[in-house]
Ligand binder design. Structure first.
Ligand SMILES: [Zn+2]
Length: 318
């Protein structure tokens, strides 16, 4: 009897393990979507906004000290993003502030620098704005705007032979005409200005006003410190929620589409000092792209760059 019970328990354990292995096994997510005309195209833009000195000093933000003031460490962000990008060539990321990137770059060994060069060449990592910082537009003299932007661009040119294609002024608390001129000036960016504040329309510059902050829609904040629900797609575990999360996605996308004149909307997937554990963001975006594209054909999710986004916007009346 004892043997029989034990045998039954062992058999059940074996079956359970088999089921778990099947249900909880590796899932290859399809993240290779592209723009589809006639559908609502949702462009996910993974980014981090790293103030070059705010609640902490630039040094404290870089090394991650004084966590009691703000849990921010830019060194962790850049380390983490590189690892996450290497996991999947369809993953992409934009980075702006050269004050941090250059500090990190000189600390890397030749092998890591080579890997990062490849990520930049392939377009997985792209520098946007590319200035030393994302300057304020109200109190800053235009000479200083030009100088600090030139400094960052020169370094990017020297190290990667690239020139940033896109402006990215997402947190200046209002825009100036000078900034508009600089963004539109020949030899500067050919791209777009992106911000959550309204901007006077200037020729050749795409101006967008986000419904809220420069973060994702409510419920899609996937930082390691965040509390929004991850996409739970293991049917053996409690809180399986793929259908619910896909529906949440549709609701958020439709809400934004209803205040957008074109069929291209952008989700800024990041916020202040995000991606210190980049995988937490990328993993959830991979799942969303996979499941939304798989189940909801009126919608499409894409990992795309702002340049693609602005080109689509520019091609349509707004
Ligand atoms: Zn800021």
């Amino acid at each position: 009897m004892w043997l029989s019970s034990r045998a039954r328990a062992a058999a059940w354990l074996l079956i359970s393990m088999f089921i778990m292995e099947v249900q909880g096994s590796y899932i290859k997510y399809n993240t290779t979507g592209g723009i589809v005309d006639g559908k609502l195209n949702v462009h996910l833009v993974p980014h981090t906004h790293d103030d070059v000195g705010w609640l902490k000093t630039v040094d404290q933000y870089y090394v991650g000290s004084n966590f009691s003031i703000q849990g921010a460490c830019v060194r962790n962000i850049l380390d983490s993003v590189v690892v996450a990008l290497l996991k999947d060539p369809s993953r992409k990321f934009v980075y702006a502030e050269q004050a941090f990137f250059q500090r990190w770059w000189v600390e890397q060994c030749v092998e890591v620098q080579e890997v990062v060069k490849q990520l930049v060449d392939s377009g997985q990592l792209e520098f946007i704005n590319g200035g030393w910082c994302m300057h304020d537009e109200a109190a800053t003299h235009y000479i200083d705007m030009i100088d600090q932007t030139t400094l960052g661009h020169r370094m990017i040119k020297k190290q990667f032979n690239k020139t940033p294609r896109i402006g990215w002024q997402i947190d200046p608390f209002g825009h100036s005409g000078v900034q508009g001129y600089l963004l539109g000036a020949e030899g500067c960016y050919r791209g777009s200005l992106v911000d959550f504040t309204p901007y006077p329309r200037v020729e050749h510059i795409f101006a967008g006003a986000f419904p809220g902050h420069y973060g994702p829609p409510n419920g899609f904040y996937f930082d390691v410190s965040g509390s929004d629900s991850p996409v739970q797609d293991d049917t053996l575990l409690y809180d399986y929620n793929v259908n619910g999360r896909v529906n949440d996605f549709i609701d958020a996308a439709m809400a934004q589409a209803n205040v957008t004149q074109t069929n291209h909307i952008m989700w800024t997937m990041g916020d202040d000092f995000q991606y210190q554990y980049a995988e937490s963001w990328f993993r959830e975006m991979d799942k969303l792209i996979n499941y939304v594209n798989k189940f909801i054909f009126p919608l499409l999710v894409i990992h795309r760059w702002p340049p693609d986004f602005s080109q689509q916007q520019a091609a349509q009346p707004s």
